[in-house]
Design a protein around this ligand. Sequence first.
Ligand code: FES
Length: 100
Amino acid sequence: MAWKKIADKGAVAEGKGKAFKVDGKQIAIFNQDGYYAIDDLCVHQDGSIAPGKLEGDIVECPLHFWHYNIKTGKLTDYLKDVKLETYPVQAREDGIYIDI
Ligand code: FES
């Protein structure tokens, strides 16, 4: 794991998510009471969850409305024990970094 700059500061609006490519992976960064980073690949049909609607810690996949906790990566409905990878995030002076 190593810290990598993923976005400029302010690249992700408050209360929203945005997708970024890092090391061949697509990562969703959410700005919801702090920044959270999670694999941007819904386990249902590989949808991007980054543009999903946020309610508290929960994001809704825009394609068929499965839900994930953005802090833990856990799917909150349909299947048990399904979890997307999460990554530590730091908001630094010059941008948003994740440990990947
Ligand atoms: S691809 Fe996410 S709910 Fe279907």
